[in-house]
Design a protein around this ligand. Structure first.
Ligand SMILES: [Zn+2]
Length: 260
């Protein structure tokens, strides 16, 4: 197989031997890739210092035909996010973006628009004074949409009738979206959410437009939003994401800390 070139976000780096690493990358053109980076731990390697968690780099790799790891031959750093220097919630949010990319996608299943959405989220989190919650929610709903898992937010997921965002709305975690009064009985794993929270989710999942960036969310809405999205994604993955335990921090954070 010929050498391939693409952009990649570093999702995971595991030391493999004294000189090498195994990296998990989310590439723009080939989806998730697990690759061996020989000599990556030596100074002055072909990877320089590009293989750090959440770095965006331009890579050259040799895809393997079988179950074997691909071989990374080159990585050049394009962008490093300084989330740790912003705030701890921004750093956790960045790790969560990486975890979702790793858990919700399959190897060699390309989604260029998901790559772009992830870079946009990491760049958003990297802005001085960034509030992490909006970027996390936007990335969650965008990635669910791209991967075909966006819950039904306007019509009943069972019968397709319109569901108005009234005081409380039934949301089926297994069914995959809102439920009308007729379809709710007998459904398993149903939570209820406020109509306001549902409208916020609709706004955040709009493909175009930047309205979501202007929404002001009160504390109960932030908490409910985290609650329902957290449960829905855990349901989808079959277990809660590891970083989920750190995300309530985002919901409780009214204002971001001042930039350092
Ligand atoms: Zn229905």
């Amino acid at each position: 197989m010929p050498l391939e070139k693409t952009q990649a976000i570093v999702l995971r780096v595991i030391e493999f031997s004294e000189s090498s690493c195994v990296v998990t990358l989310f590439t723009r053109d080939f989806g998730k890739v697990g690759a061996l980076a020989k000599g990556a731990r030596r100074p002055k390697s072909a990877f320089d210092s590009a293989l750090d968690l959440l770095s965006v780099c331009r890579i050259v790799f040799l895809p393997k035909s079988s179950e074997a790891l691909d071989l990374l031959t080159e990585a050049r750093l394009e962008r490093r996010f300084r989330l740790a220097g912003r705030s701890l919630p921004c750093l956790y949010a960045g790790y969560y973006v990486a975890e979702l990319l790793n858990e919700l996608t399959h190897e060699h299943d390309p989604h260029p628009e998901l790559f772009d959405a992830a870079v946009q989220a990491l760049a958003g989190l990297d802005q001085p004074g960034a509030a992490p919650l909006p970027w996390v929610v936007r990335f969650e709903l965008t990635s669910l949409q791209i991967l075909g898992h966006l819950p039904s937010l306007e019509v009943c997921v069972e019968c397709g009738s319109a569901v108005e965002p009234t005081a409380r709305v039934a949301f089926g975690l297994t069914a995959g979206g809102v439920l009308c009064a007729n379809c709710r009985p007998g459904q398993r794993h149903v939570v209820t959410i406020g109509g306001g929270t549902l409208r916020v989710m609709q706004c955040y999942s709009e493909k175009s437009g930047q309205t979501w960036q202007r929404l002001q969310l009160d504390a109960p809405t932030r908490a409910e939003l985290r609650g329902v999205l957290g449960q829905y994604i855990a349901h989808l993955m079959g277990r809660p994401p590891r970083m989920q335990a750190y995300l309530p921090l985002l919901a409780s954070e009214a204002m971001p800390p001042p930039p350092a």
